[in-house]
Design a protein around this ligand. Structure first.
Ligand SMILES: [Zn+2]
Ligand SMILES: [Zn+2]
Length: 327
């Protein structure tokens, strides 16, 4: 793990200003300097990091998608170096063996990552954009990271930089998200199917919906072994934390069809979970979370006219089957 820290500590030089490339022309150092001039650009709206390059990308495909948006005034970029100057990461104990890591002040979507500590290593669930030496030191003090898993493209953040900082750990994404990856890397593991155990009692469950390959992480040992669901955006914890909801787009208020919601409930049926963690600090269903999901699905289906007064089965709405919502 120490080697990983050292490798990251070199990284600030990778974001050096262009002036640093003026020295030692025509020498081996020229190549090194050129490499140093490359910077990691980050989309200001969604927080996604792009591979180190001389120039910022022209656009961010994740923000061009109808589930996100491009801010008024057009696409904006920052860099990992700039972000590290203006922001810090805060660590909060969420429950035994679970830490929240969020950036202050808020950046982009403002989600927080979650670090699950297990006997066989720690899993980072969802990611954030900022990674700096203090963050690496804090995470290492908590046992480091052995694997990363991300619910969906809105929370990729700087996944590859995080992986490298902790010894090139694997990054688990569902194979159906392959087309959304903006920073391709050999550490990314695309898995297929409906579930995958990434560590003892740590199971990725593909639920679809918000994105085709949307996955949640079930932590059997969480909540005093009553089970925890790390959900991110789906099911989404409501302002009234006794409820969750199910959306195709949150910023643009595009609902999911009945069929997709039923699939989510069905996919979660085999798993027990007392608690459910949403994407932001404080967005937590603290108790009886599985029943909350099922109760919320019924309310939602009633709301979109898919069931009458809570009775019957969903999926009868023909309009619900139209693209792009099918999963
Ligand atoms: Zn973006
Ligand atoms: Zn999202």
């Amino acid at each position: 793990m120490k080697g990983a820290v050292v490798s990251h500590q070199r990284s600030p030089s990778a974001y050096a200003s262009p002036e640093s490339s003026r020295w030692a022309p025509e020498s081996a150092s020229t190549l090194q300097s050129a490499a140093r001039a490359k910077v990691t650009h980050i989309c200001v709206t969604c927080g996604t990091a792009y591979p180190p390059a001389d120039k910022a990308p022209l656009e961010c495909p994740i923000c061009l998608d109808e589930r996100q948006y491009v801010a008024r005034g057009g696409q904006q970029w920052t860099t990992l170096e700039e972000l590290a100057r203006s922001h810090t990461n805060q660590f909060r104990a969420e429950e035994l063996n679970l830490w929240g890591i969020g950036t202050e002040p808020d950046f982009a979507i403002a989600q927080r990552a979650l670090l699950v500590q297990t006997d066989r290593g720690n899993i980072l669930w969802d990611c954030i954009s900022l990674i700096d030496d203090q963050t690496i030191a804090n995470v290492n003090a908590l046992g480091g990271i052995t694997a990363i898993a991300i619910s969906h493209p809105h929370y990729y953040g700087s996944i590859v930089a995080w992986s490298r900082a902790f010894g090139d750990v694997p990054i688990y994404l569902h194979a159906d998200e392959r087309g959304w990856v903006q920073w391709p890397d050999s550490r990314i593991v695309f898995w297929e199917g409906s579930s995958k155990e990434v560590a003892d009692g740590m199971t990725l469950v593909r639920i679809g919906g918000h994105f085709d390959g949307y996955q949640v992480l079930h932590w059997a040992g969480g909540a005093d072994r009553q089970g925890v669901l790390l959900a991110g955006d789906l099911p989404a914890v409501c302002a009234d934390r006794r409820w969750v909801s199910f959306m195709y787009s949150y910023p643009n208020y595009i609902p999911l069809p009945a069929k997709a919601v039923q699939r989510i409930v069905d996919a979660l049926q085999p798993y027990q979970f007392e608690r459910l963690y949403g994407a932001w600090f404080g967005r937590i269903v603290t108790e009886d979370a599985k029943a909350v999901v099922e109760r919320s699905a019924k309310r939602y289906l009633k709301g979109i006219g898919a069931v009458r007064d809570g009775a019957g089965h969903c999926g009868s709405d023909a309009s619900a089957r139209s693209k792009p919502y099918d999963v």
